[in-house]
Design a protein around this ligand. Sequence first.
Ligand code: FE2
Length: 336
Amino acid sequence: MVAIKPKQLALGLATLAVTWGVTLVGVVSAQTLTLYSGRNEALIGPLIEKAKAELGLDIQVRYGDTAELAATILEEGQNSPADIYFGQDAGALGALQKAGRAVVLPASILEKVDERFRSPQGQWIGISGRSRVLDYNTNRVQARDLPRSVWELTTPKWRGRVAWAPTNGSFQSFVTAMRMIEGEERTREWLTAMKNNGAVVYRNNTTIVEALGRGEIDIGLVNNYYLARFKREDPNFPVAHHFTRGDSGSMINVAGVAILDTADSLEEAQAFVEFLLSPESQRFFAEETTEYPLVVGIPHPPEQVPIDEINPPRIDLSNLADLDGTLSLLQEVGVL
Ligand SMILES: [Fe+2]
C-alpha cells in the first residue's frame, strides 16, 4: 500500500488535467509556498513580505544555515515540505542538483542570468553574486606590494600578516574551488604553507575586516560585501579590495535558488524565482547587501568593482558541492 500525500494527489490531478486538456479550477489553489532559506530573515524578510503581496501567495519560510538546510532537504527526501531552496553558496545548490532534487528551470528564467552564474544543467540559478577578495589595510600595505596570486601569501614577506576564517562557509567554498582548479595535493600544500607562515585565525569575515581597519592585521581573505558596511559608517575606513587574477582568491560564488522536486506547484515556485530576478529585487540585493545583481542591465553597487573587471577562475560552480572533502582536508592539515 503506497501512501499518497495530498500534494501528490493534487499534482496528479493537475497532471491528468493537463493530459486531458481539462482545466481543474480550484483543485490546486490556495497553496503555500514553502521556502528553505540560508539567507537570513533580517535580510530577506522584507522581500518575502513584498512577494506575498505581489504574487498573492502564502509563503512560509524556514530559516537556517545554508549547508544544513540543504542536508535537511536531502534527509527529508520526498516527504520534504520544501518547494524552493535559497542558499548562499553554489556548492549547496550543486549538492541538491547532484542528488536529483532540483528540477530544470524554464529557459525564460535561465536566460536572465549569465551562464557562468547558473547550473549548466539549468537546475539552479544565481540571484546575487559574491566574490572572494583580498582586503588590505591601505596604511600598512602599498598597492604595488599586493600579491598577484594567493600563493604569494605563503612567502616570507607575508609572514604573520594574513587573516583567514577557516570555519566560514565562504572560505570553505574558496578551498573547494582551489581543490577543483589546482588539485588536492596543491591545495594541501597551500593550506600547510599558509599555516606555517603564521596565517591568523579569525571567527568570520566581519571580524577580519574590523581587525584590518584597526591595523591589527595587514591583509585578509574575505568576501567582497563586508567592507562596504564599514565604509558606509566611516568613508575613511582604511581598507580596500584587491583581486588576484584567475585563482580561487577571486572566485565569484552566488546566492541562488533551486526549485525542488517536492514543489507542489511549479507555476507558483517559478513565479517566486521570477520575483527574485525582477529589477526591483535585484536592486534590493545590490543596495542591501552590496552583492552583485546577476540580471543583465541592473547596475552594480557603487562600492564594488564592476563584475566584468574581476578575473575569476572559470569553474562550474555546481562542483563546489564537495564540502565534506574540504572539511576533511582542513582537518587533516590542522587548520580546522
Ligand atoms: Fe558572508
